[in-house]
Structure formats: structure tokens, C-alpha cells
Design a protein around this ligand. Structure first.
Ligand code: CTP
Length: 418
């Protein structure tokens, strides 16, 4: 991580983190309103700096009302406060959403003809660009060269999402979901810009909980939210990896720049994980697969019997995906990570069960959560011990799932490079 101002530092001094939200002139400007709301509601001090073109899409009154501050696009408003220098100099983070092709071009070439481009030149904090434009504009050699230039200088440029664009067309170029941009912004504020130590690596992460249907409306499932798996995918993407996220029944927005494959059952999860693992440097099984499935699935809704008797549901065991991919490694040096949610009992402590599971599954690392209180599911926080097949044991104190994700990738990265 680079040595950047952080939320932690700002809050320990009792200051609200100062965020500049730059808004470019694209239709996705309306989505930046939601990002602004999330930032202000979570205690950030946000100054919105739209371009003149952005004000054609969303007016100054909206930005001003939502941020609680005056808003200007030019450098001639309140000149006595020298805003073209002060706003950038005092920021803890600048996030530009949406970043248009024009703005990326200006940033790459150091042009400064309005307040936002001046701010980009005076900011010494982390800068995040979230581009949104039509696919052709994104793929154009000029845009790609500008993106490469600003990345080389240390800015984060989020890959646009794939989906419906302004007109009837679809493709790469959508602004990622505002909630996802919020997660990214808080992550960069807390940890600075991640070092690209996973660049050139392909990693696979599974997330969520699988469902095994009994009939068209009922299923056996579990309480996994997918938050930890999504945090892992986001962290790996931030560290430069190509990420495939296999998500079982997760309702969270897609992490920016991550390929998401959706599955329902353990059988589908198994097939997708095995296929993706063939090309992966690392596989992290953060999903909670259902261990059993009904022997038969009814095509029609199972009705209550007239005589009041209860149906008997016969179950059969699902494949153990982690054990399978660990036993049949697709590549030499592949690092495989499992999770274990354990409680102690009469036959052993949490760690006794965890060590036995690590040996049984045959993976390289096992992230062990003590779930005696049932506290992990759906919570934004986590604490764990990471056990290594090589005997390592790393304690990760209580913190965000994102912080745990980064410690896991630290462990993976050191094994990949070793
Ligand atoms: N796992 C898997 N396939 C399964 C079940 C679990 O790949 N059918 C993976 C999980 O993704 C997790 C690890 O195995 O990374 C441990 O999950 P857990 O449910 O604790 O393992 P189980 O083998 O089901 O052990 P237990 O009998 O303790 O439930």
C-alpha cells in the first residue's frame, strides 16, 4: 500500500474524511447522486466538482442540496478562496464518476481548463476514475492510452461494467453500481491505493450460499450473505488480478472489473469452480455450499397430505468441491484457500476441528472463523485465524471483511511468489 491519507487517520484526529466527487458530462451523472448520498450519510465531507457538461445532466441545485455546499464548475466563482488550488490540496480522496473520454484525455495530458481539471492537478491524495461511455469510445486506442497513462501515474481507473448503455445497445461502458463505487472509495480512503502485486494473476473466488430445491418454490439453503467473497473479489481486482467470481444466490451489486458467474446449486458451483480453476493461479472457496441435496426434485409444488402426514425428504451428499480441486490441482503452484466456520464441542476446540479440516480438505490455507455466537453471517466485520498447510498461523483481529480479504491475499501472494 502507498503511504496515503486515510479515513483511519482522519477519524483518529476527529476530522471527517474530505472527498472530492468530480462529475463528468455523461448520462451516468445521475448515478453519482446516489454515490454522493452514501458518502455524506456515512460521515464524509464531500465537495462536488461537476464539469459544465455534467450540469446539463444534473443541475448545481441537486449537487449543492445533497452535499450541503456551494457548487461551481469554473475557476471564477469565489476566486478569493483560490478554489482551483485549495479543493485539490485539502482532499483525502478524489473520485471522478462518471469519468468521460474527454476528462480522461484532459487528465492524461495535464490540461486544466475548469475547476475539476485544476483539482486533478493540485490533488496529492489518491485519485479514482470510474469511466462511463459507449463501448467504442472506451475501446478506442486514444482512450486506452489515456487510461494507461493515468494508471501509470498512480490513479485507480475502474473497469466499466458491461450491460445496457444509454440507447438500446449493450456492451462495456456502464458506470459500476454506486454502492460498489462507495465500497471502493472507502477502501481507498482506509488503505490507500493497492500495490498491483497480483497483476498478471488469475484468481477465482466463490461466494454466497447454494440452494438445493425440493420443488419449484422450496429449497434447502443457508445464511451466507456473500459479503466476504465479494470483499475478496474486490480486493483482488484492486491488486491487479483478473478475477472470476462465482456467486451463489448473492444479491449484492457486481464488484467493478470482476467477471461474475451466477449459480444456484452445489452441483452448478462445482462445475463452474472446476472449469475456472483450470486457468487459475489461486482459488478461494468462500462460498457455503449445501452439503446435501434431495434425491429427487418435485416438478410441482409439494402439497400437504389430507391425512396430516409429513413428507419424508431423502437426502444425498453433494461433492466436496474444495477437497476435489485440492486433490486434482489444475496447475503447479496453484494456491487453494478454504474457509471453516467452526464451533468447539466435546470432541475438540475450534482449532482442533480446523486443523483436522485443513488436513482433510488438502488445501494450502484455511481461514477459520469461530462462529460460536453466530455473529459472522451478514455482518460487515469478521475476525479469523489463517492456518497454513505449512504450519503457519496468522491471527487476523476483528476488522472489516475487506481488511481480512487483504490479509488472505497477502498470504496467497507470498506463496505465489515463493
Ligand atoms: N466446501 C466445498 N464443498 C462442499 C462443502 C464445503 O468446497 N460441499 C468448502 C467451503 O467452501 C469451505 C470449506 O469447504 O471453503 C469448509 O466448509 P465447511 O462447511 O466448514 O466444510 P464441511 O466439509 O461441510 O465440514 P463440516 O462437516 O464441518 O460442515
Amino acid at each position: 500500500m502507498t503511504d496515503q491519507p486515510s479515513t483511519a487517520a482522519a477519524s483518529s484526529e476527529g476530522k471527517r474524511p474530505r472527498v472530492v466527487l468530480g462529475v463528468g458530462g455523461g448520462i451516468a451523472a445521475y448515478k453519482a447522486c446516489e454515490l454522493l448520498r452514501r458518502l455524506t450519510e456515512s460521515g464524509h465531507d464531500v465537495t462536488v466538482v461537476p464539469t459544465a457538461a455534467a450540469l446539463n445532466f444534473v443541475g448545481a441545485a441537486t449537487w449543492s442540496a445533497l452535499s450541503g455546499k456551494p457548487v461551481a464548475a469554473d475557476v471564477w466563482t469565489s476566486v478569493h478562496e483560490v478554489p482551483h488550488v485549495r479543493i485539490g490540496q485539502t482532499a483525502d480522496l478524489v473520485i471522478v464518476a462518471p469519468a468521460t473520454a474527454d476528462l480522461l484525455g484532459k487528465a492524461a495530458h495535464g490540461l486544466a481548463d475548469d475547476l475539476l481539471t485544476n483539482t486533478l492537478l493540485t490533488a496529492r491524495c489518491p485519485v479514482v476514475f470510474a469511466p462511463a461511455m459507449h463501448t467504442e469510445m472506451w475501446e478506442h486506442a486514444a482512450t486506452q492510452a489515456n487510461v494507461a497513462t493515468v494508471r501509470e501515474r498512480g490513479a485507480v481507473v475502474v473497469e466499466p461494467a458491461v450491460g445496457r448503455l444509454t440507447g438500446k445497445d449493450t456492451g462495456k461502458g456502464r458506470l459500476p453500481d454506486p454502492e460498489e463505487l462507495f465500497e471502493l472509495a472507502t477502501e481507498v480512503l482506509a488503505r490507500g491505493v493497492a500495490e498491483p502485486d497480483l497483476a498478471g494473476r488469475h484468481v477465482v473466488v466463490s461466494a454466497g450460499g447454494t440452494r438445493e430445491y425440493l420443488d419449484p418454490v422450496r429449497f434447502l439453503g443457508n445464511r451466507s450473505s456473500g459479503l466476504q467473497g465479494y470483499a475478496l473479489a474486490r480486493a483482488a481486482a484492486a491488486r491487479g488480478a483478473e478475477v472470476t467470481l462465482i456467486a451463489a444466490n448473492v444479491t449484492l451489486p457486481d464488484p467493478a472489473g470482476v467477471k461474475v458467474i451466477r449459480v444456484v446449486s452445489t452441483g452448478e458451483l462445482r462445475d463452474q469452480v472446476v472449469a475456472a480453476a483450470a486457468l487459475a493461479d489461486s482459488v478461494v472457496m468462500a462460498a457455503a455450499p449445501a452439503d446435501f441435496r434431495p434425491v429427487g426434485v418435485s416438478d410441482t409444488k409439494i402439497k400437504k397430505a389430507d391425512d396430516g402426514s409429513s413428507p419424508t425428504i431423502e437426502l444425498t451428499q453433494n461433492p466436496d468441491i474444495l477437497a476435489e480441486i485440492s486433490a486434482h490441482r489444475a496447475r503447479d503452484g496453484q494456491v487453494i484457500v478454504g474457509f471453516a466456520a467452526e464451533t468447539g464441542d466435546g470432541s475438540g476446540s475450534v482449532m482442533d476441528h480446523a486443523r483436522a479440516k485443513l488436513a482433510r480438505k488438502g488445501c494450502d490455507l484455511l481461514v477459520v472463523n469461530d462462529v460460536s455466537g453466530g455473529a459472522v453471517f451478514g455482518s460487515p466485520d469478521n475476525e479469523a485465524v489463517i492456518l497454513g498447510a505449512d504450519g503457519a498461523a496468522v491471527d487476523v483481529p476483528h476488522g472489516s471483511k475487506s481488511a481480512l480479504a487483504h490479509v488472505i491475499w497477502d498470504q496467497v501472494a507470498s506463496r505465489l511468489s515463493g
